[in-house]
Design a protein around this ligand. Structure first.
Ligand code: F6R
Length: 614
């Protein structure tokens, strides 16, 4: 997803251009296809360089001899409107080339704006929706309005989602930034003012950051921030608590972020559990703006999420229905608000999102709120957009996840779901605080069990060697093993580009079985659950069709191990916690298969870490 950064002033950490490129390097994890930088140089001219060499673009910009500058902006682009070419790479400029803009989001009415601007004599040089912003601001400046005023004027006609930063040769001491929907932060560092899409971009310069809210516009100078709301009234920006440091955003000696983040899973689980139990035995979420009485009124839970977070949401259905005896629906966020869901003030809508910024989930939660629902968010990013808009927040303290494929945040979400189920059960009087002791003790033991699973990477690598020539994978599981199967299949397809589908094991005979042949691999989540015997029967079904079977099998379960061709062994844990353990060998299998194929596991093709367009 696009990432933006802007810096104004004299950074103590190096040349301004270098500071921007370092920030872009830290934004690379969002996934990008082109990148660019614009600076106002010491002659007062706009200097601009862009590259569209996919992942090499920022590195190519690094090799340039950048001029010294007083203000600059940078961008990594993930194309939505216009192909990933140099012409379409940001920053984009006005007719004079002396005003530049970077943008994340989509300007929905760009076609009509561009048509009107062209009639007024503006010349367009890209196929992007963003370029209209540069020309609109250009018009404001031509009328004698200052940069802040000109950006505000432009905002008045823009429709859609955006986080943007604008700089101009005529205003070399400032940047102007604005936001509607897409995330945006501003801050002040040593000698600089900064703007960026997320903490990773700005953390090299400062931890003193603030959140720009919808329809606010901010003038950023070295040493001062001036923010206005949509009506032009000065506002104080909400400070952002930053719980990351620069080291956390680096690989720490691992060959890639994915292996680092898989290894960090025990710690991610431990951190997510930390401080949850109060001395009186009650549970604690991070932020709770709902009274217990309101939670007692809830008669239905709807979980909305995308991708891996959706799979964690599926686990929540089992946890909440079992623990709190509340009916739970799980919805793909991008579908939720386009049907006619039955939502009212007694509905608790739970958004699950690692980033807390995924636009589909954010908009689903906003729709739920307009329909009167109470909104609870499970997010890994403190003060993310979703967290700030929710009635209640449960953070997964997994630390920053840089690899595009979700790993440690999935485990932390599974843990958060169990905590949420217990919390709702307690508030609703289904479980007494003393009855929480046993499930909490099981949770407390989980980091050690996950640690054991993580340490078996070498065993999994051997299975990956044996499967190196396979192309077709089917993942099956039942009960909470079903979301694990879906997650295993998603990991494999996204980082190894192999065909992989997940099914509830009992569904195979209703169709997918027809796809199986001698070349197929079936990965069965066959740990000792209530439905283990049924999974074993499903394994027999697929073996009879000639498929090779890989089984995720509990330690010591010789009977299942003998039935399958390859064993991925895992330690045993409590039924509702098994997804957090059983998924580990599947993450590792995807990792090793992708590595054998020579693929970049951190930045799979066509994918972005945070999806901030619909
Ligand atoms: C898969 C993956 C994605 C995300 C999805 C939701 O490995 O990372 O499927 O899970 O894009 O993202 P969040 O959780 O940030 O809302």
């Amino acid at each position: 997803m696009c990432g933006i950064v802007g810096v104004v002033g004299a950074p103590s950490s190096g040349d301004l251009g270098e500071v921007i490129l370092s920030a872009l390097e830290r934004l690379e994890y969002r996934g990008y296809d082109s990148a660019g930088i614009a600076l106002v140089d010491s002659l007062g001219e706009v200097y601009r360089e862009r590259r569209a060499d996919r992942r090499a673009s920022v590195a190519e910009l690094r090799s340039l001899d950048l001029p010294s500058a007083s203000v600059g902006i940078g961008h990594v682009r993930w194309a939505t409107h216009g192909r990933p070419t140099v012409e379409n790479a940001h920053p984009l400029v006005d007719c004079s080339g002396q005003l530049a803009v970077v943008h994340n989001g989509i300007i929905e009415n760009h076609l009509e704006l561009a048509e009107a601007l062209a009639c007024r004599g503006h010349r367009f040089r890209s196929e992007t929706d963003t370029e209209v912003i540069a020309h609109l601001v250009e018009e404001g400046l031509a009328e004698g309005v200052d940069l802040l005023g000109a950006v505000r004027q432009a905002l008045g006609v823009l429709q859609g989602a955006f986080a943007l930063a604008v700089m101009a040769a005529c205003a070399p001491d400032r940047l102007v930034a604005a936001r509607r929907v897409s995330p945006l932060l501003v801050g002040l560092g040593d000698g600089v003012g900064v703007v960026g899409s997320d903490v990773a971009a700005l953390i090299g310069e400062t931890r003193d950051l603030a959140v720009v809210e919808d329809d606010q516009v901010v003038e950023v100078r070295a040493g001062s921030l001036r923010a206005l709301d949509a009506a032009g009234v000065p506002v104080t920006l909400a400070p952002l608590r930053v719980d990351w440091d620069l080291a956390a955003a680096k690989r720490s000696g691992f060959p890639d972020f994915m292996s680092k983040e898989i290894a960090e899973q025990p710690e991610a689980v431990r951190q997510t559990l930390l401080g949850r139990a109060l001395p009186d035995g009650r549970l604690r979420l991070d932020e709770m703006r709902l009274a217990d009485a309101e939670l007692r009124e809830v008669d239905k839970v709807i979980i909305v999420a995308c991708g891996s977070s959706f799979h964690a949401g599926m686990v929540a259905k089992y946890a909440i229905e079992h623990r709190a005896r509340l009916p739970v629906e799980v919805d793909i966020a991008s579908e939720f608000r386009y049907r006619d869901p039955i939502v009212d003030s007694r509905t608790l809508v739970v958004g699950v999102s690692q980033s807390g910024e995924t636009i589909d989930t954010l908009q689903a939660l906003r729709a739920a709120r307009t329909w009167g629902a109470r909104v609870l968010v499970i997010s890994n990013v403190v003060d993310s957009s979703m967290a700030r808009e929710a009635d209640a927040v449960l953070y997964t303290h997994a630390g920053p996840e840089i690899g595009v494929a979700a790993t440690k945040t999935f485990l932390a979400q599974v843990v958060a779901m169990e905590l949420l189920g217990l919390y709702l059960a307690e508030v609703r009087g289904i479980l007494f605080p003393t009855e929480l002791e046993e499930p909490l003790a099981r949770l407390a033991g989980l980091p050690g069990i996950v640690g054991e699973a993580v340490e078996r990477s070498v065993e999994v690598a051997k299975v990956a060697d044996a499967l190196a020539a396979s192309r077709d994978f089917f993942f099956i599981g039942r009960h909470v093993g079903y979301p694990v199967a879906l997650e295993g299949a998603l990991k494999l397809k996204e980082i190894s580009y192999l065909r992989a589908e997940g099914f509830p094991a009992g569904e195979l005979k209703h169709g997918p079985l027809a796809l199986l042949d001698e070349g197929s691999v079936v990965v069965a989540v066959a740990t000792r659950s209530r439905l283990w015997e049924k999974v074993v029967a499903n394994i027999a079904e697929v073996k009879a069709r000639g498929a090779r079977v890989v089984g995720v099998v509990n330690d010591g379960d010789e009977r299942t191990a003998e039935l399958v061709d390859h064993v991925l062994s895992v330690p045993r844990t409590a039924p509702l916690l098994t997804p957090a353990v059983d998924v580990v060998p599947l993450q590792l299998l995807a990792y090793h298969l992708a590595k054998r194929r020579g693929l970049d596991v951190d930045r799979p093709r066509n994918l972005a870490k945070t999806v901030t367009v619909e």
